[in-house]
Design a protein around this ligand. Structure first.
Ligand SMILES: [Zn+2]
Length: 512
């Protein structure tokens, strides 16, 4: 494997920083300047930031929303205060010009004729995934069991033409993570196969959530990936208890029919923003290489009429990025490499903001040596039990980044450990994946993988342990400094077969 940079002058970097890191065997030690920087990280400051970022005013920071724009402006203001270099297309903003297809409920109707009764279902009890208008005359339904791998063998484009396929939506949230991942894989495969058979409509029966989102406010359209975010087959999710009962009753001998009328969505332009600032390094060469500290600042917005504040997910990571930027920007002696602070949009919808950055890197990927992505670093009441004074990193032994942070933890009183059950499982579940796919050694650091209120309305800022979060922040700041001051960049662990795609991506970057 090639390294990005093979600096021969490693030994002559005369910086007053930490003289150890990914490559060095010696334990790091703290200089007064470094200690002072770490002491600037304050639990009160973190609480202050998060009480705003996770306030009801920001309405859960959905992508896109005015609340998210307010959050972006606040983060940019903090980067400005810290004196970070603005490297976006618009100050601290990297702007993605996307479109939003607004659900259009003009002349909407959805009717189930069970043979015995006719039910008109309101849009509030449905969710839509429609690329265009849908006008369906009363159509026969076909029940298919998505959990049966052979269920589609009995069907063809001929048997499903003009039909409404009714499927029970698996309740992934109720499953343990490992089972959910397997089930989700099977579910995606099933849906891909079903789409090939081109039924007129797929009707998903959601028994876990009695309320729909009236088609949501709409759906995002990424002009670079148009068509990928929505199924080519129209899909409607049914939450209505009475309609589900009627459909269930019609399974035995009934002849239920479904008719639908939904107008085409109305498209409008939206601007989505990553917020990015650089603390420029001090070494004449290494300052053109970058260590990235990231977090996603979006959350779920308003769901079922309820604000989801997402204080821990991922308000905690967002305010940590701001706090660490502020603390390190006050150092008398800047680290050798540059440190990039970035908060991204759209993680909850599928890593949209970080993937956008991966496709449009502002700073060269080849010169980006590592990414630590912060997620759920605030709450210590993990579903696995209390998590005081520790933190875990996903893909812990995928690269030597984990070892660096373990050393940083030793000096700051945080046990940075490999969570055997979750380390690999969660690697692909946050924004580090977008940078890993480009070849950058990238990991997510968290305190709690799962916790009460995860993706629920109760994820409030008052439930965060700020003293512990400040301590974790000090560890992260030190780990970042260690990488930034080490002339040898972190490397993927080629002995671990799970790193193969990232190692390949790294090689491609290096050969460009
Ligand atoms: Zn989340």
């Amino acid at each position: 494997m090639q390294r990005l940079f093979a600096y021969a002058f490693a030994a002559v970097i005369g910086i007053a920083g930490i003289h150890a890191g990914a490559s060095a065997a010696a334990d790091p030690h703290l200089t007064p300047d470094t200690s002072a920087a770490l002491e600037r990280i304050s639990e009160h400051s973190l609480r202050g930031h998060l009480s705003f970022i996770a306030s009801d005013l920001l309405e859960g920071r959905g992508t896109p929303s005015r609340g998210q724009d307010l959050a972006a402006e606040y983060i940019a203001a903090q980067f400005r205060r810290a004196g970070l270099e603005a490297v976006g297309d618009d100050g601290y903003f990297q702007t993605a010009n996307w479109a939003f297809a607004e659900t259009n409920l003009k002349d909407f109707s959805f009717r189930i004729d069970s043979g015995k009764e006719q039910l008109d279902i309101p849009a509030s009890e449905l969710s839509f995934s429609l690329a265009q208008a849908l006008a369906l005359a009363p159509s026969a339904i076909v029940n298919i069991d998505a959990s049966d791998a052979a269920a589609l063998n009995a069907h063809s484009t001929a048997t499903l033409a003009g039909k409404v396929v009714v499927i029970n939506l698996p309740d992934f949230e109720a499953m343990p993570p490992e089972q959910a991942r397997t089930a989700y894989g099977g579910w995606q495969f099933f849906n891909a196969q079903l789409a090939k058979l081109r039924p007129a409509l797929v009707l998903l029966v959601d028994r876990a959530h009695p309320k729909g989102n009236a088609g949501g406010k709409g759906r995002l359209i990424d002009p670079e990936n148009s068509g990928e975010t929505v199924s080519p087959i129209p899909r409607i999710t049914l939450h209505s208890v009475q309609a589900i009962r009627a459909l269930d009753a019609s399974r035995t001998g009934g002849r239920a029919r479904v008719s639908v009328n939904v107008a085409a969505p109305v498209e409008r332009a939206v601007k989505l923003r990553n917020v990015i600032g650089v603390l420029r390094g001090s070494d004449p060469e290494l300052k053109n290489t970058y260590v990235m500290v990231t977090a996603h600042y979006d959350h779920l917005g308003i769901k079922d009429g309820v604000i989801h504040n997402g204080a821990n997910d991922d308000g905690s990571g967002t305010v940590s990025v701001m706090e660490i930027a502020s603390a390190l920007s006050g150092m008398k002696q800047r680290p050798a490499r540059s440190i990039v602070f970035m908060t991204v949009f759209g993680e909850e919808l599928g890593l949209f903001g970080s993937r956008y950055y991966g496709r449009h890197p502002i700073l060269p990927i080849r010169q980006t040596v590592a990414n630590v992505n912060l997620e759920q670093v605030g709450r210590t009441d993990s579903s696995e039990g209390p998590q005081l004074n520790n933190a875990s990193m996903t893909g812990f032994d995928f690269s030597d980044v984990g070892t660096v942070f373990r050393k940083a933890g030793k000096l700051t009183g945080i046990d940075v450990y490999k969570n055997e059950a979750n380390s690999d499982l969660y690697f692909g579940l946050s924004d580090n994946q977008a940078l890993a796919d480009q070849g950058v050694p990238a990991h997510t650091l968290c305190v709690a993988f799962q916790y009460p209120d995860y993706h629920a309305p109760g994820d409030h800022w008052q439930k965060v342990d700020y003293a512990n979060m400040a301590k974790v922040n000090r560890m992260v700041a030190l780990g970042v400094l260690m990488i930034a001051n080490d002339p040898v960049a972190p490397k993927w662990n080629t002995a671990n077969p799970l790193t193969r795609p990232y190692v390949e991506a790294w090689k491609r970057q290096s050969s460009q």
